[in-house]
Design a binder for this molecule. Structure first.
Ligand SMILES: *Cc1c(COP(=O)(O)O)cnc(C)c1O
Length: 831
């Protein structure tokens, strides 16, 4: 039935319904009176509210519906034309998406902002207030999920037929509250008031199976096949969210899966009086998408997580295969018409699942199935941390996904034969998908590399280290497979939407909004780098953004700061390798110098933000320390004139959009060789913040783009880090020999920031002295010096403003449009 439906491109005969008129009819008008009429219509007829009872949420939903109606016309049009032209489709498989609020995004992409604003004004409502009402869908941890959302935006804008597949978590990333300075996790209820953007496709469902046994059987032709029987099944149901391109009429789809039990209700149990038991299966099924794992590096290794991964992989592949068959009638040419991009190894089971679908459901031989599979997948690696490489115990896979494990074993066995020649034992063991030994794990990165035609890193340095340090044997064995695609961010959200005044100025200089889809046009700004009147206008925008942020922080959190101070911002997940603690060491050092009578060259407001994985004790201690250091400094009358510190609670996309346009200094200070790329660094520089950073990840390419005079680089290189560790790194010696460092560490360890409990932060200090895995002490002196230089430069207003302008002007290459063009050309073969 579904096939018949899909095959009939007119969709008019679906489900036996015959509609005589074309749907959609005439597209809805986008003038102000029509939009106003739509808002009123949805208030009354969708929300069923009048002017006396409508709440902020009712108004938001009504506005979102009015906008969505206008997306719907284009969505239907795009779906149909993509079906008709039969272009190659990109399926982006990602466990996480961090789209941020969608109303302003949709309005700007459609180009109807003044109409929506005007309609709301006529109704006595404020557009900005309505925007603030929207919940921020936190379906991701951090950079990886945000990257996926930037990529979907760019694919739609470039007119690529790209679908995102993911999971519709009931509870996304936890909400972070700060209580007594410490992180407390609270549930994120993003769906509490419903989402106006999603459409539930209750008829687009697939069965996802778990557990059971595999039985070899022989078909009537004498061919052996494998039956996966006695499985525990769950239904995956699609929920579609539109992804509009920038003013090009294209609307792609983000399809999120949620589970449903095969059997709603066990009537036999219910009738036997077991009312709770009767819904037990329902609960087991629904638990699959209950919550996002809040780990951003280092897999949780939990069975439920493996269930989640397989759930969305299986549903997504079944969906794509069904569509392909309906459109083309055969799976032989699948790799010519579809490509699946794996966002890290979380969807790596797709390799085994595709083999299963092809062999067990569509009766392909191993050889033909493998030839199709390995030409259909491409894998993006996101980490250089060995402990963050995902592995699953063989015994867990054996119980949960026995058929997929059999397939992985066979892939590994065949790989073993191919690599037996020309590799010693050790090399073979490193290349293998399944570890050797008594309690082996399956290495998902190795599976992804072997099962894909392309493997990419996300910055030049990351790709180099991936090839040289992480997978040297596989790199040599698969020549040309490893490539680089440096990350990027969408200029729609990260300039146009979050920094409207800067966007206006750029539009004026460029002469049109062409820069929004061609970011290299920012270069035009360079022509004005010597024009002091222009620089003053440019500087005024930053000043206004800072004043707005200061007002917000005071209103929302009671934190007061001076908008003329340096806004020095580090916002990202809290992780030891990202070295928020190095920033804290500098803050404490600065504080101690003020107490010793040495005033800084410029007053400074240091802002931190970020969540710590709930089980990551050291990261949580660092948050606690930041808050106590902040309290001590902010309450000290001698210090507060020169230095203030604030930790913004519950950092998320909508918060990033406020903070980034107001930043003077962007902290990108990871230990060189540890950050794969970073994307926060790009958002800041595009908005005119000067980076203080290490030569790590994409910082290297940012330095290359903006020029070494316009960035503050400090610390060891990745190569020097390795050498230093090899030579026997001694944090103790640094502590002994640098009096500044000793004062800072003693302060932490003796309770200068925890007078109520002097030993509270001793473990933090101790970990630096004992091992200091991320070489904070080794980079401390260079960091302090460079911070000093930042203050001097900041005081030289014309110089600083010019640096800031040149950062904006030269960041064009970091548009995700550029990144996606790279993927399209080097990997996907589309465009
Ligand atoms: C961009 C972004 C990140 C990634 O930041 P990095 O500094 O690259 O780690 C994380 N979280 C949010 C909400 C973001 O917008």
């Amino acid at each position: 039935m579904r096939d018949a439906c899909l095959r009939d491109a007119s969709i008019r005969h679906c489900a036996g319904m015959k509609i005589r008129e074309p749907i959609p009819g005439a597209p809805l008008p986008v003038d102000q009176p029509s939009i106003k009429q739509s808002i009123v219509h949805h208030l009354a007829h969708t929300r069923m509210r009048d002017q006396y009872r409508a709440s902020a949420s009712d108004v938001f939903h009504a506005v979102a519906r009015a906008v969505r109606d206008r997306i719907a016309d284009r969505w239907l049009g795009s779906t149909k034309s993509q079906w008709d032209d039969g272009k190659k489709r990109v399926y982006y498989l990602s466990m996480e998406y961090l789209p941020g609020r969608l109303l302003r995004d949709a309005v700007l992409n459609l180009g109807i902002e003044s109409e929506v604003r005007g309609a709301l004004t006529e109704l006595g409502l404020s557009y900005d207030d309505v925007l603030e009402t929207e919940a921020d869908p936190g379906l991701g941890n951090g950079g990886l999920g945000r990257l996926a959302s930037c990529f979907l935006d760019s694919m739609a804008t470039l007119g690529i037929a790209g679908t995102g597949y993911g999971i519709r978590y009931d509870y996304g990333m936890f909400r972070q509250a700060i209580v007594g300075g410490a992180q407390v996790e609270e549930p994120d209820t993003w769906l509490l008031h419903g989402s106006p953007w999603e459409t539930s496709r209750t008829e687009t469902t697939y069965t996802v199976r778990y557990e059971g046994r595999v039985e070899p059987r022989v078909d009537p032709t004498g061919r052996t096949f494998y039956a996966w029987v006695d499985t525990q099944d769950v239904i995956a149901e699609a929920h579609d969210i539109p992804v509009p391109g920038y003013r090009n009429g294209v609307v792609n789809t983000l399809r999120l899966w949620s589970p449903r039990p095969v059997q709603e209700f066990d009537l036999a149990l219910f009738n036997a009086g077991d009312h709770f038991g009767s819904v037990h299966k329902r609960n087991v099924a629904e638990n699959i998408s209950r919550v996002l794992y809040p780990n951003d590096s280092g897999p949780p290794g939990k069975e439920l997580r493996l269930r989640q991964e397989y759930f969305f992989v299986s549903a997504s592949l079944q969906d794509a295969v069904t569509r392909h068959l309906a459109r083309w009638g055969s799976l032989d040419d699948l790799p010519e018409k579809c490509v699946f991009q794996l966002n890290d190894t979380h969807p790596a089971l797709a390799v085994a699942e595709m083999m299963r679908l092809l062999m067990d459901e569509h009766l392909f031989t191993w050889e033909r199935a493998w030839s199709i599979t390995k030409r259909a997948f491409a894998y993006t690696n996101h980490t250089l941390m060995p402990e963050a490489l995902e592995t699953w115990p063989v015994h867990m896979l054996d119980r949960l996904l026995p058929r997929q494990l059999d397939i992985i074993r066979e892939i590994d066995r065949r790989l073993g034969i191919e690599i037996a020649q020309g590799h010693d034992e050790q090399a073979q063991a490193r290349m293998a998908i399944i570890e050797r030994g008594p309690q082996p794990n399956v290495r998902m990165a190795n599976l992804s590399i072997v099962g894909s035609f392309s493997v990419n890193g996300v910055s030049a340095l990351h790709t180099q280290l991936l090839r040289e340090r992480m997978f040297p044997e596989l790199d040599k064995f698969f020549p040309g497979k490893f490539k680089n695609e440096t990350n990027g961010v969408t200029p729609r959200r990260w300039i146009q939407q979050c920094n409207p005044e800067l966007a206006k100025l750029i539009t004026e200089v460029v002469g049109s909004d062409a820069w929004v889809t061609d970011l290299e046009k920012l270069r035009e700004l360079e022509k004005h780098a010597g024009d002091s009147a222009f620089l003053e206008r440019f500087r005024a925008i930053k000043r206004d953004n800072k004043a707005k942020l200061a007002a917000f922080l005071e209103k929302e959190h009671g934190f007061r700061c001076d908008p003329s101070s340096i806004f020095d911002i580090q916002i990202k997940r809290i992780h030891e390798y990202k070295r928020q603690l190095l920033n804290v060491l500098h803050v404490i050092h600065r504080y101690q110098r003020i107490k010793a009578g040495e005033k800084p060259e410029a007053p400074r407001t240091v802002i931190f933000g970020g969540k710590a994985a709930s089980a990551y004790d050291m990261a949580k201690r660092i948050i606690h320390l930041i808050n106590h250091v902040a309290k001590t400094i902010n309450e000290d009358p001698e210090a507060r004139e020169h230095l203030r510190v604030f930790f913004v609670p519950n950092y998320r996309v909508s918060y990033a959009e406020r903070l980034i346009p107001a930043a003077d200094l962007s902290e990108q200070i990871s230990t060189a060789g540890w950050e794969a790329s970073g994307t926060g660094n790009m958002k800041f520089a595009m908005n005119g913040a000067v980076t203080i950073g290490t030569l790590d990840g994409a910082n290297i390419e940012i330095a290359d783009a903006v020029g070494e005079d316009n960035i503050l680089i400090f610390g060891m290189t990745a190569e020097q880090v390795i050498q230093r560790v090899r030579a026997g790194y001694q944090p103790w010696q640094l502590y002994e020999s640098d009096t500044r460092l000793r004062a800072v560490i003693d302060g932490i360890s003796h309770g200068a920031f925890s007078r109520d409990e002097p030993g509270r932060f001793r473990p933090v200090a101790q970990s630096l002295l004992d091992n200091d895995r991320f070489l904070l002490l080794g980079d401390f002196a260079s960091y302090v010096e460079t911070q000093q230089r930042a203050e001097q430069l900041f005081r030289d207003v014309p110089r600083w403003t010019r640096m800031s302008l040149l950062n904006v002007a030269r960041m064009g290459r970091f548009s995700s449009d550029n990144t996606i063009r790279g993927y399209a050309k080097d990997i996907w073969g589309v465009l």
